[in-house]
Design a protein around this ligand. Structure first.
Ligand SMILES: Nc1ncnc2c1ncn2[C@@H]1O[C@H](COP(=O)(O)OP(=O)(O)O)[C@@H](O)[C@H]1O
Ligand SMILES: [Mg+2]
Length: 224
């Protein structure tokens, strides 16, 4: 499902502020399971997630996601591939506070030419499933942190993407909401999704539903 071979990432290549964030990463993540990228701050977790999530390309190496070699895809196709394949739950949720909960969730469908009725229907189903039906027409800026994360989860699921990526998803949640989050991830795994979570929170890394932990240290991954 996700395969990285000899992947390097260098930010600001050739400039005085050049930083190598990933060194020769080799990684194979099979379909349908929940995997954790565990590592200290600055170890390269977010960079790795962004490469898997087609947010930006690796500097060198080969990356295949859901059967496509990313390096061979022109930018425009990379964006299309990302929309079809990846649901990304960002650390800061990336929610637009003035839009309603429902409109935030349907945002990823706008470029896809899906009718407003179908957009609303798909979002309404997810909103109910995630238990935030009572917040559907609230401006997203007025709902609680836990509810906001469910909005972010719903948005990551709206196009029925097979891969869910989450970057430090419990960083802004209390223990109870963190447990709830992991419960939702376990349900999604059972529904056949492939889930990759970057975290150093023991509540995530040591969760019984976690199938595999991948340690990231100083930009290196040692797969045991
Ligand atoms: N946009 C960027 N420009 C320059 N350096 C960056 C950028 N993003 C991350 N880095 C650097 O790359 C390394 C890995 O960062 P990151 O992937 O964010 O780690 P983590 O998510 O594990 O905290 C760090 O040294 C960080 O400072
Ligand atoms: Mg990070």
């Amino acid at each position: 499902m996700i395969e990285l071979q000899s992947v390097n990432k260098i930010y600001n290549l050739g400039q005085p502020n050049e930083v190598q964030a990933l060194y020769d990463v080799n990684l194979l993540i099979e379909e349908n399971g929940m995997v954790c990228l565990r590592g200290a701050s600055g170890s390269g977790k977010s960079t790795l997630l962004a490469i898997i999530g087609c947010v930006f390309p690796a500097t060198s190496g080969r990356v295949a996601v859901a059967g496509k070699q990313l390096a061979r895809l022109p930018d425009r196709f990379m964006t299309i591939h990302r929309r079809r394949t990846i649901g990304f739950i960002f650390q800061q949720f990336n929610i637009l506070p003035d839009l309603t909960v429902l409109d935030n969730i349907t945002l990823p469908l706008l470029p896809l030419g899906i009718s407003p009725d179908e957009r609303r229907q798909r979002a309404a189903e997810l909103i109910e499933r995630l238990g935030i039906g009572h917040r559907r027409d609230f401006p997203a800026g007025q709902v609680s942190g836990g509810e906001l994360q469910r909005v972010a989860i719903a948005r990551a699921l709206i196009n029925n993407q097979p891969i869910i990526l989450a970057d430090e998803p419990t960083a802004h949640l209390d223990t109870s909401l963190s447990h709830d989050f992991m419960g939702i991830m376990v349900e999604l795994k059972k529904a056949g999704k492939t889930i990759v979570i970057a975290s150093h929170d023991p509540l995530v890394t040591e969760h019984p539903g976690m199938d595999r932990i991948i340690d990231v240290r100083d930009g290196r991954v040692n797969v045991s």
